[in-house]
Design a protein around this ligand. Structure first.
Ligand code: ZN
Length: 398
């Protein structure tokens, strides 16, 4: 993060405030007395902290709770619409912006498409433009933003916050966060896209009460976000979760990383589409696929749903390889859940049986019996949403 001290940021440093916020978030609403009991802080200390949180708009009083003898206590809850955060997911040809409020509610989503080869500066300027439009449309006070975060399809070095590499964007050793902080004038965070999706699953998605899980994103590439004991696991240099380059067949086709037969070359959107178009070029045609045409991703999924054998076959074969990856993860990390997201959601119903069957067959029975394989509810929105949750989570001490 690029440090720009603001009134909001000072809050984040106050552990007691953060733990009070977190308790209220988890329980929904609590009285001052309950907060005092749960935190071990004195009633006076709790009163002072909650007064400040109410004054600053984070909390509000709501109705009255159940009496345990004597006066009914006033309950406190998080005030929705009090503060906001923006998340930007930088894709190969699309910037997706999401604004959420402090309660995790999505206020608005905006997509802007662009040509391949966007530069760091162009991406930041586009994000700034999207945010200005959202602020204007929704009449949100800019001062109410806790910050913003960028989800990038690449490796982020946590010690410098620079992007080490984002191959699909052809970005190497670039400093997006400094540029963004200068233009957007608010605290800026940067995170790998699969890690953003994992944050989304953990904060508002299927893994809210799960400490150990892995989120696999199927997109133009394949990546994973790993949560261990309730915290994101980044590894030594920030590159944990690069499962797209697990070699699943050493005699397979060449991958952009220099190896052969990486998972990505079987199960990423880019390679599945490439396979389909090669077969069509070689003369495949059907009721849906016209001879000699080129199909796009949405068509591939649509034709597979209608029963086209080539398209359905490619998706189902890819699911077998994702099943291998899930089995490796289950054996290595013994997670409670493996969640598949991003583009996978579009075609999950056509292939989930193959994936689960392969994963359960290839993983050891003991860890396999503990792991649930799930599909994300958020699909393509999970990275932008997870990014928006990053500044919000800071308020709760995460
Ligand atoms: Zn590779």
């Amino acid at each position: 993060m690029v440090n720009k001290p603001t009134g909001n940021n000072r809050y984040l440093k106050e552990l007691n405030q953060a733990s009070i916020m977190e308790l209220i978030r988890i329980k929904g609403k609590l009285s001052r007395k309950e907060l005092s009991e749960l935190t071990g802080l004195s009633r006076t200390a709790c009163g002072n902290i909650t007064r400040k949180l109410i004054d600053d708009g984070f909390l509000h009083e709501t109705g009255q709770g159940e009496s345990t003898g004597g006066r009914k206590p006033v309950m406190l809850e998080i005030r929705p619409d009090s503060y906001y955060a923006a998340g930007f997911d930088i894709g190969m040809t699309k910037l997706q912006a999401v604004v959420a409020d402090i309660s995790g509610r999505i206020i608005i989503e905006k997509n802007t498409e662009y040509e391949l080869g966007i530069s760091v500066e162009e991406a930041v300027l586009l994000a700034d433009k999207q945010l200005r439009e959202i602020i204007k449309e929704r009449k949100i006070n800019r001062e109410k933003f806790l910050g913003c975060a960028f989800s990038v399809p690449g490796i982020v070095d946590r010690s410098t916050d620079k992007i080490v590499m984002a191959p699909n964007l052809s970005w190497n050793h670039v400093d997006l966060s400094a540029k963004a902080a200068e233009i957007l004038k608010m605290p800026v965070y940067i995170e790998n896209e699969a890690m953003c999706s994992a944050i989304c699953e953990h904060w508002i998605g299927k893994c809210r009460n799960i400490g150990n899980f892995v989120c696999i994103n199927v997109d133009s590439g394949i990546g994973a976000g790993v949560f261990i004991n309730g915290a994101l696991f980044r590894g030594t240099g920030g590159s944990a979760g690069e499962i797209g380059h697990l070699v699943v067949d050493e005699n397979g086709c060449a991958c952009g990383c220099g190896n052969n037969g990486c998972l990505e070359t079987y199960a990423s959107v880019r390679y599945m589409l490439q396979q389909a178009n090669e077969k069509i070029l070689e003369g495949y045609g059907s009721k849906y696929v016209k001879l000699g045409t080129r199909i796009e991703w949405d068509e591939l999924v649509d034709y597979a749903q209608k029963g086209d054998s080539l398209c359905l076959g490619i998706l189902r074969d890819s699911a077998k390889f994702l099943g291998y990856a899930a089995a490796y993860i289950i054996n290595t990390l013994n997670p409670e859940a493996v969640v598949l997201g991003k583009c996978f959601k579009q075609y999950s119903s056509l292939v989930i049986d193959v994936l689960v069957e392969t994963a359960m067959k290839k993983a050891l029975p003991y860890p396999a019996s503990k792991a649930a394989i799930m599909v994300s509810d958020y699909g393509m929105n999970s990275s932008a949403l997870g990014a928006a949750m990053i500044p919000i989570r800071k308020v709760f001490g995460k």
